[in-house]
Design a protein around this ligand. Structure first.
Ligand code: SF4
Length: 358
């Protein structure tokens, strides 16, 4: 484990404006900032030693500020603790060690030649969803923006090296509640979507939440361009609170009103994530309740069978129950996708790899 004296700062935590201001105040130019920025977000793994394309003043700055005994900065290049591949070879789950020794999970999923990364935003999670391996661990700390970005850079390197492909989608559905770490998440995503950096389309970035009402309203007020996925899992307060403790803080009517506000203000659809748990939330009656709850809203509903975890006794719904649930919602006029569990053979439910390793 590396200790990080408090004065040390990750270069991956900088926005472009911050990096440019720092270099200019150190006597370098805006051109140097562009050169360093492109390298930081393209081939940061090659920074273990001085990259050969840095010359003159920038090379001297790097030598002094990044590589010397009295360095001011470090890089967020996570260390791979374990890599697990699914039997079809298309899902890869990484347990990554951060600089302070904490570990997080990042999952790369390939489907029909397109690749999506599922990124963590916290070490552990404070939300305590009963069926979730991360929720069962509790909360340790928020990730910095550089640590969120570091996961994206890691899978980009894997894709380049092993598949000759680029990353297409990012979903913030790994360990942690992204909207609980709002500022760091938004800062990291600004870099991810930067045309001078990873340059991912903001339309291909999805933030998942269990329903932090003030943050949903903040996304709407700030004109946040990314997609929003709401993990709902219950159609009444009683059903939801049994699975998601945060449902006690923001009742269903407040949550749905915030989502309607988001719909109206941004003109954007919300993805409703619904984990199908046998005998708990997969009955035809609950499907009808859900249809009533979401009436008139711009939503797309994703049904996902439960990924089993050691700390929760529930099991995935029967396929036939999922199909009937989908049929009822479709008949009510909603677009519904009944998704397959991907990567279950590599314990790809959030927090499961870390749970196995600890
Ligand atoms: S499902 Fe998401 S929000 Fe809920 S405990 Fe797990 S990581 Fe946290």
């Amino acid at each position: 484990m590396l200790s990080t004296p408090s004065k040390l700062r990750s270069l991956h935590d900088f926005s472009f404006a911050e990096l440019e201001a720092q270099l200019v105040s150190d006597g370098l130019s805006a051109t140097h900032a562009h050169t360093l920025w492109r390298s930081l977000h393209g081939h940061a793994d090659a920074f273990q030693t001085m990259p050969t394309n840095f010359l003159g003043p920038l090379a001297r700055w790097m030598e002094k500020h990044l590589y010397s005994e009295h360095a001011d900065y470090f890089l967020d290049v996570p260390e791979i603790v374990t890599e697990t591949r699914s039997s079809d070879g298309l899902t890869r789950k990484y347990l990554l060690r951060l600089r302070d020794g904490n570990t997080i999970e990042t999952v790369l999923m390939g489907y029909e030649g397109r690749f999506t990364v599922c990124v963590s935003t916290q070490v552990g999670c404070a939300m305590g969803c009963v069926f979730c391996a991360t929720g069962q661990m509790g909360f340790t700390r928020h990730l910095r923006s550089g640590e969120i970005l570091g996961q994206v850079l890691h899978v980009q390197r894997v894709l380049r090296q092993d598949f000759g492909k680029s990353l297409r989608n990012i979903v913030l559905m790994g360990m942690g509640e992204p909207l609980h770490n709002y500022d760091a998440v938004m800062k990291a995503l600004t870099v991810v979507a930067d045309v001078r950096g990873p340059s991912l389309s903001w339309q291909r970035i999805t933030i998942s939440t269990v329903g932090l009402v003030p943050a949903i309203r903040r996304m709407a007020d700030e004109g946040c361009p990314y997609s929003l996925a709401l993990s709902l899992h219950g159609a009444t307060d009683e059903q939801r609170r049994a699975l998601i403790p945060v449902g006690r803080k923001w009742p269903m009517d407040e949550l749905i009103e915030a989502c309607r506000y988001y719909n109206r203000k941004l003109g954007k659809c919300i993805f409703i994530e619904w984990t199908l748990i046998a005998g708990t939330n997969d009955s035809p009656e609950i499907a009808h309740q859900l249809a009533k709850l979401l009436e008139g809203m711009d939503v797309h509903i994703n049904l996902i069978p439960l990924n089993p975890t050691a700390g929760y006794a529930g099991s995935a719904s029967a396929h036939s129950a999922g199909l009937e649930f989908q049929r009822i919602l479709r008949a009510a006029g909603f677009p519904v996708t009944f998704r397959q569990r991907r990567g279950i053979d590599v314990a790809a439910g959030c927090g499961q790899l870390k749970a196995q390793a600890s």
